[in-house]
Ligand binder design. Structure first.
Ligand SMILES: [Zn+2]
Length: 114
């Protein structure tokens, strides 16, 4: 059968890989930074999720903002990360008890800072 169902045929294909996901729950105009509590475009924020492997206390940086599960949004700055860390906002946002290892996030920020 040569059926060509192009569901996405109406949209422009010029979009770079920054926003490939249109899944429900993955789109939203603004999110609140867990660090400074300011609202911003989700494209300006970094999404943090629990490590998909399920390892306790490990965080993953959801670069594309599309990983399943509960996410915490934060500005990609060390200042907001420090704020979030100080008030334990990330584990609260992710509904986990116990400390979370934010070192992976910090590494990510340091890499993208330069
Ligand atoms: Zn912030």
């Amino acid at each position: 059968m040569g059926r060509r169902a192009r569901l996405s045929g109406t949209g422009p294909r010029a979009q770079p890989s920054t926003s490939p996901c249109t899944a429900p729950g993955c789109t939203g105009p603004v999110r609140t930074c867990v660090g400074c509590r300011e609202r911003d475009q989700r494209s300006a924020l970094l999404r943090l999720v629990l490590e998909p492997s399920g390892r306790e206390g490990l965080l993953a940086v959801d670069v594309r903002g599309c990983l399943p599960g509960r996410g915490a949004w934060i500005h990609p700055t060390s200042a907001c990360l420090a704020l979030a860390e100080r008030r334990r906002a990330v584990p609260r946002a992710l509904r986990v008890t116990g400390p979370l290892d934010l070192s992976g996030v910090r590494d990510h920020l340091e890499q993208s800072d330069r």
